[in-house]
Design a protein around this ligand. Structure first.
Ligand SMILES: Nc1ncnc2c1ncn2[C@@H]1O[C@H](COP(=O)(O)OP(=O)(O)OP(=O)(O)O)[C@@H](O)[C@H]1O
Length: 597
């Protein structure tokens, strides 16, 4: 082999520091008689201790580490006719070659083990033309300090809450640590909140006076407050200020422009509130320093038809005009709308999912219960109570009116129950959530409002009193139980009128390992148009009440008469009227019975 060829082979893919740069002609000549130059091979993410030697990265053309090792092996092959001095160098070179090969092998084994683990944990990374290289998953939270330089404060905050990362955290955290945009799907209750909060807390490090630096958008205020609580827990003693916009009506309290002099680091909000502030003249919020945008429950936000979330998001993204920002979208379920938006607006992102796409958590024991008619539902509910319920229990109905009706019935039964829906005041909603979390309320009746993201510890049972409007709604509703590895139960009532989504929900239960009768799986599927209609507009249902219609109407008439003669007005559910109330009025069994008489 002539010297030129040998050198070309040796230096293929090599990067020489200027210190060791060889003057081409002169060094080439010397190579004719000298052995291979000493080289330091650095694998990606790895450093070698021997600083005397020039850096050589793995040949870029090498398809994988094994090939790279072969390439290196060929390059360091010594010539046979060498002097004693050269033989010594050659031995040294052999030693370093062995080191390299060992390092390569270890790295290769590590990568293939992690890929195997990815497979076992059902983490599916979907590559696109523009997606960056996918970082390795992490297996422990301690790796955060070794691999990413996370402070011991943050690591100990995390390990005080959790022992090991969940699959979504294993993959999402390293991606976001590298400030790569992300689009992730993972089952309900799998720890997506911490998956985005940990990298944000790491990157923001300490409080600064330059306005908001991270923005988290989610569908409800309850969820915003929950995310804030988690941020405070994980960011304990880091002094980062996480803010939830309480009001947009008060001009003083709702001014977040630089001139207001208020300083926060992280903002958690619903889209309506932030868009309201942005569209004021002049805008009441400055987002020019935002480095992180997280969209939690992304598909829910895109589904909102009243205020087009796409337009709202455009407004927000335009206001976040820092070009170096990282955008992350998370949800348990995926829809085409989100995928399209992400593909168009964040081409250079990593996309991955955990588990079955749009699947239900297999920790939840699911059951479909035929109740015949609407009135059969109350009987079925009372039957469940008679058999013994294990609180806390969440009960979903399709509308505010029905939530109120069911509440009236159950409180009459003497159950420890409350209700939450959009017509209750903010304070009432906060109090109900707190009371349910603290175990003061055992059964909470709610509407779709509570189906997304809300994390009540240890909910044992979810009852779908009204059939969910879509399979996606079903997944999120039953996902309020079976969270963070704990088991749960879900019972879904259905009547002869709830056939539109029955088949797809039955399939979903089967694929999560549940049992469903064969006839359900063989039902005729409904057209997309019909499914969309049901998802948009809840079906009409007979009111929830025990009394037959005639008696009920008589009672209503009597009640109206009594309240007129006493000059009383009907208790209002209007938010403004209720503002003065300090706590939730928990109606007692006695006064409800009284009002019924
Ligand atoms: N690594 C972990 N180990 C154990 N529990 C965890 C871990 N990470 C988060 N959790 C807990 O799991 C529960 C669910 O987390 P989180 O609310 O983030 O789920 P999610 O994936 O966002 O669910 P959803 O899709 O319903 O919004 C929370 O109580 C949280 O404290």
């Amino acid at each position: 082999m002539i010297a030129n060829d040998l050198f070309r082979k040796l230096s293929c893919g090599a990067k020489f520091t200027s210190k060791h740069k060889l003057p081409i002609k002169r060094k080439l000549d010397s190579v004719e008689t000298a052995a291979a130059p000493k080289v330091k091979v650095c694998l990606k993410n790895e450093t070698d201790d021997d600083d005397d030697q020039p850096n050589v990265t793995l040949p870029s053309g090498s398809k994988n580490i094994e090939n790279a090792a072969k390439d290196i092996e060929i390059k360091s092959e010594p010539e046979s006719d060498v002097s004693g001095d050269e033989q010594q160098r050659s031995r040294k070179s052999k030693g370093s070659k062995k080191k390299v090969i060992d390092a390569v092998k270890i790295e290769q084994q590590k990568v293939s083990r992690l890929n195997q683990l990815r497979k076992e944990l059902k983490i599916h990374v979907k590559k696109s033309r523009y997606s960056p290289e996918v970082p390795n998953i992490i297996e422990t939270f301690d790796q955060l300090s070794t691999d990413f330089g996370v402070t011991s404060r943050l690591v100990s905050n995390i390990t005080a809450c959790y022992s090991t990362p969940t699959p979504v955290q294993m993959q999402a955290i390293p991606v976001l640590m590298k400030s790569i945009s992300l689009h992730a799907y993972a089952p309900t209750g799998s720890g997506k909140t911490a998956a985005f909060l940990i990298p944000i807390l790491h990157h923001l490090k300490k409080p600064m006076k330059c306005g908001f630096r991270a923005l988290i958008i989610c569908p409800t205020r309850e969820l915003a407050k929950q995310i804030q609580r988690e941020a405070l827990r994980l960011g304990d003693e880091m002094n980062l200020r996480t803010h939830v916009i309480q009001t947009v009506d008060d001009p003083k309290k709702s001014d977040y422009s630089f001139s207001s002099g208020r300083s926060y680091d992280i903002l958690v909000t619903t889209p309506n509130r932030i868009c309201y502030l942005l569209t004021q003249s002049p805008p009441k919020i400055d987002l020019s320093n935002i480095q992180w945008v997280v969209i939690d429950e992304a598909d829910k936000l895109f589904e909102d038809s009243k205020h087009s979330f796409r337009e709202q998001l455009d407004t927000v993204i335009t206001a976040c005009n820092n070009p170096a920002k990282t955008v992350a979208l998370f949800s348990a379920t995926q829809t085409r709308e989100v995928n399209e938006w992400v593909a168009k607006n964040i081409p250079s992102r990593i996309r991955f999912s955990v588990g079955l796409m749009n699947g239900a958590v297999d920790l939840v024991e699911q059951k479909l219960l035929f109740t015949g008619t609407e009135s059969g539902k109350l009987l079925a509910f009372r039957e469940l109570v008679a058999q013994g319920l294990h609180p806390p229990v969440l009960v979903f109905v399709q509308s505010k009116d029905r939530a109120q009706q069911l509440f009236t019935e159950l409180i009459y039964d003497g159950l420890n129950v409350d209700v939450i829906h959009a017509d209750r005041t903010q304070r009432e909603r906060d109090n109900v959530v707190r009371a349910f979390r603290e175990g003061k309320i055992w059964i909470l009746i709610c509407t779709e409002l509570m189906s997304r993201g809300i994390d009540f510890k240890g909910v044992n049972l979810v009852i779908n009193f009204d059939f969910p409007p879509s399979t996606i709604s079903y997944v999120h509703r039953i996902g309020r139980t079976g969270r963070a590895g704990r088991p749960g139960k879900a019972i879904t009532f259905f009547t002869k009128d709830d056939t539109v989504n029955l088949k797809s929900i039955a399939h979903l239960i089967k694929s999560a390992g549940g049992e469903v009768p064969d006839y359900m799986l063989q039902l005729h599927g409904s057209s997309k148009k019909i499914r969309d209609n049901v998802a948009r507009k809840a079906p009409k249902r007979a009111a929830i009440r025990t009394l037959p219609t005639f008696e009920y109407q008589q009672l209503q008439r009597k009640k109206r008469f009594v309240s007129k003669s006493k000059g009383k007005t009907k208790p209002s559910t209007n938010r403004k009227d209720d503002k003065s109330k300090k706590t939730v009025q928990q109606p007692t069994r006695a006064n409800h019975r009284g009002s019924k008489k």
